[in-house]
Write a protein that binds this ligand. Sequence first.
Ligand SMILES: C[S@@+](CC[C@H](N)C(=O)[O-])C[C@H]1O[C@@H](n2cnc3c(N)ncnc32)[C@H](O)[C@@H]1O
Length: 230
Amino acid sequence: MSPIQSMFAEVPATYELVNHVLTFGLDVLWRRKAVRIAAQAGGTKWIDMCTGTGEVAMYLSRLAPVGTEIYAVDFCESMMEKARRKPRAKSIRFVVADIKALPFEDETFDLVTMAFATRSINVNEEILIQSFAEYCRVLKRGGRFVNLETSRPPFWPIRKYFDFHVKLFVEQIGGRISGSRNAYGFLARTIPRFYTAEALAGIMRQAGFEEVTFKRLLFGAAAIHQAVKR
Ligand SMILES: C[S@@+](CC[C@H](N)C(=O)[O-])C[C@H]1O[C@@H](n2cnc3c(N)ncnc32)[C@H](O)[C@@H]1O
Protein backbone atom coordinates (compact mmCIF):
# COMPACT_ATOMS: atom_id res chain seq x y z
CA MET A 1 0.00 0.00 0.00
CA SER A 2 1.36 3.46 -0.90
CA PRO A 3 1.54 6.16 1.82
CA ILE A 4 -1.36 8.02 0.14
CA GLN A 5 -3.50 4.85 0.07
CA SER A 6 -2.88 4.13 3.75
CA MET A 7 -3.53 7.78 4.65
CA PHE A 8 -6.98 7.72 2.98
CA ALA A 9 -7.72 4.29 4.47
CA GLU A 10 -7.71 6.03 7.89
CA VAL A 11 -10.49 8.56 7.16
CA PRO A 12 -13.55 7.20 5.25
CA ALA A 13 -15.91 7.20 8.27
CA THR A 14 -15.56 10.94 8.92
CA TYR A 15 -14.20 12.17 5.54
CA GLU A 16 -17.37 13.97 4.37
CA LEU A 17 -18.19 15.44 7.79
CA VAL A 18 -14.69 16.94 8.15
CA ASN A 19 -14.90 18.49 4.66
CA HIS A 20 -18.23 20.11 5.50
CA VAL A 21 -16.94 21.44 8.85
CA LEU A 22 -13.65 22.81 7.48
CA THR A 23 -15.29 24.56 4.50
CA PHE A 24 -18.48 25.61 6.37
CA GLY A 25 -20.41 23.44 3.90
CA LEU A 26 -19.01 25.18 0.82
CA ASP A 27 -17.47 21.95 -0.49
CA VAL A 28 -21.00 20.69 -1.22
CA LEU A 29 -21.88 23.80 -3.25
CA TRP A 30 -18.54 23.68 -5.10
CA ARG A 31 -18.90 20.01 -6.05
CA ARG A 32 -22.45 20.65 -7.29
CA LYS A 33 -21.30 23.65 -9.32
CA ALA A 34 -18.45 21.65 -10.88
CA VAL A 35 -20.85 18.83 -11.74
CA ARG A 36 -23.38 21.24 -13.34
CA ILE A 37 -20.56 22.55 -15.56
CA ALA A 38 -19.30 19.02 -16.27
CA ALA A 39 -22.73 17.66 -17.20
CA GLN A 40 -22.81 20.04 -20.17
CA ALA A 41 -20.15 17.84 -21.81
CA GLY A 42 -22.86 15.50 -23.09
CA GLY A 43 -21.88 12.13 -24.55
CA THR A 44 -22.60 8.71 -23.12
CA LYS A 45 -19.59 7.74 -20.95
CA TRP A 46 -18.48 9.75 -17.94
CA ILE A 47 -15.82 8.98 -15.35
CA ASP A 48 -14.98 10.46 -11.95
CA MET A 49 -11.30 10.02 -11.04
CA CYS A 50 -10.14 9.62 -7.41
CA THR A 51 -13.81 9.39 -6.50
CA GLY A 52 -13.22 8.66 -2.79
CA THR A 53 -16.62 8.38 -1.12
CA GLY A 54 -18.24 9.07 -4.49
CA GLU A 55 -19.92 12.44 -3.91
CA VAL A 56 -19.15 13.76 -7.40
CA ALA A 57 -20.09 10.45 -9.03
CA MET A 58 -23.48 10.58 -7.24
CA TYR A 59 -24.15 14.15 -8.41
CA LEU A 60 -23.14 13.13 -11.95
CA SER A 61 -25.62 10.25 -11.85
CA ARG A 62 -28.42 12.69 -10.95
CA LEU A 63 -27.72 14.96 -13.91
CA ALA A 64 -26.77 12.32 -16.48
CA PRO A 65 -29.15 11.82 -19.41
CA VAL A 66 -30.74 8.37 -19.53
CA GLY A 67 -28.34 5.86 -21.04
CA THR A 68 -25.15 7.56 -19.77
CA GLU A 69 -22.66 5.10 -18.29
CA ILE A 70 -20.89 6.47 -15.21
CA TYR A 71 -17.60 5.07 -13.92
CA ALA A 72 -15.77 5.97 -10.71
CA VAL A 73 -12.12 5.12 -10.01
CA ASP A 74 -10.06 5.14 -6.82
CA PHE A 75 -7.16 3.07 -5.48
CA CYS A 76 -8.39 3.15 -1.88
CA GLU A 77 -10.91 0.34 -1.47
CA SER A 78 -12.21 1.56 1.93
CA MET A 79 -13.05 5.06 0.57
CA MET A 80 -14.96 3.50 -2.35
CA GLU A 81 -16.68 1.02 -0.03
CA LYS A 82 -18.48 4.02 1.48
CA ALA A 83 -19.49 5.17 -2.01
CA ARG A 84 -20.79 1.70 -2.88
CA ARG A 85 -23.26 1.87 0.04
CA LYS A 86 -24.93 5.09 -1.21
CA PRO A 87 -28.47 4.96 -2.67
CA ARG A 88 -27.46 5.87 -6.25
CA ALA A 89 -24.43 3.57 -6.28
CA LYS A 90 -26.22 0.96 -8.41
CA SER A 91 -26.04 3.28 -11.41
CA ILE A 92 -22.23 3.65 -11.09
CA ARG A 93 -19.47 1.23 -12.08
CA PHE A 94 -16.71 1.34 -9.47
CA VAL A 95 -13.20 0.45 -10.54
CA VAL A 96 -10.26 0.00 -8.16
CA ALA A 97 -7.23 1.34 -10.03
CA ASP A 98 -4.34 3.78 -9.87
CA ILE A 99 -5.18 6.76 -12.06
CA LYS A 100 -1.59 6.77 -13.38
CA ALA A 101 -2.33 3.56 -15.32
CA LEU A 102 -6.03 3.43 -16.11
CA PRO A 103 -7.50 0.10 -17.25
CA PHE A 104 -9.36 1.71 -20.20
CA GLU A 105 -8.74 1.91 -23.95
CA ASP A 106 -7.72 5.18 -25.58
CA GLU A 107 -10.62 7.55 -26.33
CA THR A 108 -13.23 5.80 -24.15
CA PHE A 109 -14.88 8.71 -22.29
CA ASP A 110 -16.73 11.94 -23.11
CA LEU A 111 -16.11 13.44 -19.67
CA VAL A 112 -13.49 13.13 -16.93
CA THR A 113 -14.13 14.79 -13.56
CA MET A 114 -12.01 15.02 -10.43
CA ALA A 115 -12.58 16.85 -7.14
CA PHE A 116 -10.13 17.66 -4.36
CA ALA A 117 -7.62 15.02 -5.44
CA THR A 118 -5.09 17.00 -7.51
CA ARG A 119 -3.02 17.69 -4.39
CA SER A 120 -2.96 13.96 -3.61
CA ILE A 121 -1.70 12.95 -7.05
CA ASN A 122 0.76 15.87 -7.20
CA VAL A 123 3.71 13.85 -5.88
CA ASN A 124 5.67 16.19 -8.12
CA GLU A 125 4.88 18.25 -11.20
CA GLU A 126 6.12 15.58 -13.60
CA ILE A 127 3.82 12.93 -12.11
CA LEU A 128 0.89 15.36 -12.18
CA ILE A 129 1.49 16.05 -15.89
CA GLN A 130 1.71 12.28 -16.55
CA SER A 131 -1.55 11.71 -14.63
CA PHE A 132 -3.37 14.43 -16.58
CA ALA A 133 -1.91 12.99 -19.82
CA GLU A 134 -3.48 9.65 -18.82
CA TYR A 135 -6.87 11.45 -18.48
CA CYS A 136 -6.29 12.98 -21.91
CA ARG A 137 -5.53 9.51 -23.33
CA VAL A 138 -8.84 7.98 -22.14
CA LEU A 139 -10.90 10.97 -23.32
CA LYS A 140 -12.47 11.03 -26.79
CA ARG A 141 -11.58 13.92 -29.10
CA GLY A 142 -13.77 16.84 -28.05
CA GLY A 143 -14.13 15.30 -24.56
CA ARG A 144 -13.86 17.45 -21.45
CA PHE A 145 -11.90 17.35 -18.21
CA VAL A 146 -13.44 19.28 -15.28
CA ASN A 147 -11.31 19.59 -12.15
CA LEU A 148 -12.24 21.09 -8.78
CA GLU A 149 -9.45 21.82 -6.31
CA THR A 150 -8.30 24.25 -3.64
CA SER A 151 -6.25 27.06 -5.15
CA ARG A 152 -4.07 30.04 -4.21
CA PRO A 153 -6.06 33.29 -3.88
CA PRO A 154 -4.42 35.94 -6.12
CA PHE A 155 -4.74 38.79 -3.58
CA TRP A 156 -2.15 38.78 -0.81
CA PRO A 157 -4.43 39.65 2.20
CA ILE A 158 -6.97 36.96 1.25
CA ARG A 159 -4.17 34.45 0.66
CA LYS A 160 -2.71 35.21 4.10
CA TYR A 161 -6.12 34.92 5.78
CA PHE A 162 -6.76 31.62 3.97
CA ASP A 163 -3.32 30.24 5.02
CA PHE A 164 -4.08 31.29 8.61
CA HIS A 165 -7.42 29.43 8.52
CA VAL A 166 -5.72 26.31 7.16
CA LYS A 167 -2.91 26.45 9.72
CA LEU A 168 -5.23 27.04 12.64
CA PHE A 169 -8.11 24.69 11.84
CA VAL A 170 -7.32 22.00 9.29
CA GLU A 171 -4.83 19.82 11.18
CA GLN A 172 -6.40 20.48 14.59
CA ILE A 173 -10.10 20.08 13.77
CA GLY A 174 -9.67 17.56 10.94
CA GLY A 175 -7.25 15.52 13.05
CA ARG A 176 -9.52 15.61 16.08
CA ILE A 177 -12.77 14.61 14.31
CA SER A 178 -11.17 11.93 12.12
CA GLY A 179 -8.56 10.71 14.60
CA SER A 180 -5.96 11.02 11.80
CA ARG A 181 -3.39 13.78 12.33
CA ASN A 182 -1.51 12.17 9.44
CA ALA A 183 -4.24 12.85 6.83
CA TYR A 184 -5.11 16.35 7.99
CA GLY A 185 -1.46 17.27 8.51
CA PHE A 186 -0.99 16.36 4.82
CA LEU A 187 -3.95 18.56 3.87
CA ALA A 188 -2.63 21.48 5.95
CA ARG A 189 0.82 21.16 4.34
CA THR A 190 -0.28 20.77 0.72
CA ILE A 191 -2.93 23.53 0.50
CA PRO A 192 -0.53 26.50 1.03
CA ARG A 193 2.05 24.97 -1.35
CA PHE A 194 -0.36 24.27 -4.19
CA TYR A 195 -0.33 25.89 -7.64
CA THR A 196 -2.08 29.09 -8.59
CA ALA A 197 -5.05 28.62 -10.93
CA GLU A 198 -2.90 29.95 -13.81
CA ALA A 199 -0.06 27.48 -13.06
CA LEU A 200 -2.49 24.53 -12.89
CA ALA A 201 -3.95 25.58 -16.25
CA GLY A 202 -0.37 25.52 -17.65
CA ILE A 203 0.14 21.97 -16.31
CA MET A 204 -3.07 20.85 -18.04
CA ARG A 205 -1.77 22.32 -21.34
CA GLN A 206 1.54 20.51 -20.88
CA ALA A 207 -0.44 17.26 -20.44
CA GLY A 208 -2.00 17.79 -23.88
CA PHE A 209 -5.25 19.61 -23.08
CA GLU A 210 -6.46 22.66 -25.02
CA GLU A 211 -8.99 25.43 -24.40
CA VAL A 212 -8.11 25.44 -20.68
CA THR A 213 -10.19 27.90 -18.65
CA PHE A 214 -10.88 28.31 -14.95
CA LYS A 215 -13.41 29.86 -12.60
CA ARG A 216 -12.25 31.00 -9.17
CA LEU A 217 -14.46 30.24 -6.14
CA LEU A 218 -14.48 32.22 -2.87
CA PHE A 219 -11.87 34.82 -3.95
CA GLY A 220 -9.66 32.06 -5.35
CA ALA A 221 -9.65 29.69 -2.35
CA ALA A 222 -10.75 27.01 -4.82
CA ALA A 223 -11.07 26.80 -8.60
CA ILE A 224 -12.90 24.81 -11.24
CA HIS A 225 -10.75 24.17 -14.31
CA GLN A 226 -12.16 23.02 -17.64
CA ALA A 227 -10.09 21.61 -20.48
CA VAL A 228 -10.79 19.96 -23.84
CA LYS A 229 -9.02 17.15 -25.68
CA ARG A 230 -8.66 18.11 -29.36
C1 LIG B 1 -9.19 14.05 -0.96
S1 LIG B 1 -9.91 12.58 -1.61
C2 LIG B 1 -11.08 13.23 -2.78
C3 LIG B 1 -12.29 12.35 -2.90
C4 LIG B 1 -13.42 12.88 -3.74
N1 LIG B 1 -13.03 13.09 -5.12
C5 LIG B 1 -14.07 14.13 -3.18
O1 LIG B 1 -14.56 14.94 -3.96
O2 LIG B 1 -14.15 14.26 -1.97
C6 LIG B 1 -8.63 11.99 -2.68
C7 LIG B 1 -8.91 10.60 -3.20
O3 LIG B 1 -7.94 10.33 -4.23
C8 LIG B 1 -7.58 8.98 -4.17
N2 LIG B 1 -6.29 8.83 -4.86
C9 LIG B 1 -5.15 9.51 -4.60
N3 LIG B 1 -4.18 9.14 -5.45
C10 LIG B 1 -4.73 8.22 -6.28
C11 LIG B 1 -4.23 7.47 -7.37
N4 LIG B 1 -2.96 7.60 -7.78
N5 LIG B 1 -5.06 6.62 -8.02
C12 LIG B 1 -6.35 6.47 -7.60
N6 LIG B 1 -6.89 7.15 -6.56
C13 LIG B 1 -6.08 8.01 -5.91
C14 LIG B 1 -7.54 8.68 -2.67
O4 LIG B 1 -7.63 7.31 -2.41
C15 LIG B 1 -8.74 9.48 -2.17
O5 LIG B 1 -9.91 8.70 -2.13
